[in-house]
Design a protein around this ligand. Structure first.
Ligand code: ACO
Length: 385
């Protein structure tokens, strides 16, 4: 949009990009989102090369250290996360003091803040990232179990990061198929270019803030349903529709009310979201066939309705659509969908914090001032005159 600035702004025309669409806000070698070509690439590796099968520790190794590990799961990351997994007494006490009625996402936001005990400085260190990645699931599951009246379950050193998350949540070792599906989820959600929450994190780091504070801001951004808050709403939609025959009417009525269809559309992908395609395959393996059939019908009907309403918009199902089916199938309750997304993204957030600090410049854009021009007079006499 071209707009003419008021007298206070610069004399030349300014170009305003609402939503910063098309604005390149920096350089990154962590991940590439190919929105036109259905690509997601981590440091040169197509995610289809990694998922399913590569353990989260190895993906984290790649994202944080730049190269793949010498073995799977990465011995370096396995060791580092195991070493970092014990929260401080303050973080444990703070978590236990939280109101058990809090939704887990609100609790996790406070938990990330609790991790920042004054010892996390600038520039962020890899060790800070290990603490963030390793301790967030321990504290979140401790909170969830306490809210359910259950004792905390300590992590088991012989289990991997994802298996430990399920173990400390449910108090029993998860089935290998569940761990494999959630591992794919963690891998695919680990990073995604300059998404909104990562951008917020990089802004915070650019001011020389610390990683715990930056991650708290990032989670507050991920929470929104236009970003990471969508998956539980996808499940609500599937449950409300109930059976394939009801999809057309339900969707038409929802769109007629001007409401969003969660799980559809993406700012970056103007072609299929590659993660969505992978989650569709995983859903076929782990979810009940009737649930997959319902989701496939809702996808088909939803896309037809959205494309009819917005013929030029190039709308596809996004990552949240089939990932919600997968998370539901492996027994995670909907209130843990977005917190689980955040746990997976702590690796990407750490990688971006380190990268931002390695070549920092304060991120501080301009805004076009469109208020009244300079020169107004205060309506009453001022006291000091
Ligand atoms: N439901 C209803 N209408 C939609 C949807 C949707 N899911 N997606 C796009 N549209 C509409 C937009 O409102 C817009 O309408 P308008 O031209 O009348 O204003 C039109 O289609 C074009 O949309 P775009 O400009 O291409 O979409 P944009 O880049 O602004 O938004 C967004 C992307 C915010 C994700 C949007 O598609 C949306 O709100 N989706 C639903 C929420 C959702 O699923 N979020 C998760 C995203 S994935 C992630 O962040 C991890």
């Amino acid at each position: 949009m071209l707009a003419r600035p008021c007298a206070l702004a610069v004399a030349a025309e300014v170009r305003v990009s609402a939503g910063l669409e098309g604005v390149v806000a920096g350089r990154s070698s962590i991940s590439w989102v190919g929105g036109e070509t259905s690509d997601l690439v981590y440091r040169g590796f197509d995610v289809r090369e990694l998922v399913p099968g590569v353990p989260y520790e190895s993906v984290a190794h790649l994202l944080l250290l730049g190269e793949p590990p010498e073995a799977d799961p990465s011995p370096v990351l396995t060791e580092a996360l195991a070493r970092a997994r014990t929260p401080s007494a303050g973080a444990l006490a703070g978590t236990d003091a939280l109101d058990p009625k809090l939704p887990p996402l609100e609790a996790l936001r406070t938990i990330l803040s609790l991790l920042g005990d004054g010892s996390w400085g600038y520039p962020p260190r890899l060790e800070d990232g290990y603490r963030l990645i390793a301790q967030s699931p321990v504290l979140l599951t401790r909170f969830v179990r306490r809210a359910r009246g259950l004792p905390a379950v300590p992590p088991r050193p012989e289990l991997g990061h994802v298996a430990n998350y399920l173990h400390t949540l449910h108090g029993r070792e998860a089935a290998p198929q569940q761990v494999a599906a959630l591992e794919a989820y963690f891998d695919l959600l680990a990073d995604h270019g300059m998404n909104a929450s990562t951008f917020v994190l990089r802004i915070a780091i650019s001011t020389h803030s610390d990683l715990a504070s930056a991650a708290t801001g990032a989670l507050g951004t991920l929470k929104g349903p236009l970003h990471g808050g969508a998956p539980s709403r996808v499940l609500e939609m599937l449950r409300a529709i109930g059976r394939p025959e009801a999809a057309e009417r339900w969707i038409a009525e929802r769109l007629a009310r001007g409401e969003l269809l969660y799980g559809f559309g993406h700012r970056a992908y103007k072609s299929e979201d590659p993660r969505g395609l992978l989650f569709h395959e995983i859903a076929r393996r782990v979810a009940a066939p009737e649930r997959v059939e319902l989701a496939e019908t809702v996808e088909r009907v939803g896309l037809a309705a959205l494309r009819a309403a917005h013929p030029t918009a190039r709308i596809f199902a996004n990552v949240e659509f089939y990932s919600a089916v997968v998370l539901d199938a492996i027994g995670l309750p909907p209130e843990l969908f977005t917190p689980t997304f955040a746990l997976a993204r702590t690796t990407g957030w750490t990688a971006h914090a380190l990268e931002q600090a390695s070549d920092n410049r304060l991120i501080r854009p301009d805004v076009e001032y469109v208020g009244p021009p300079k020169g107004r007079r205060w309506p009453r006499p001022r006291r000091d005159r």
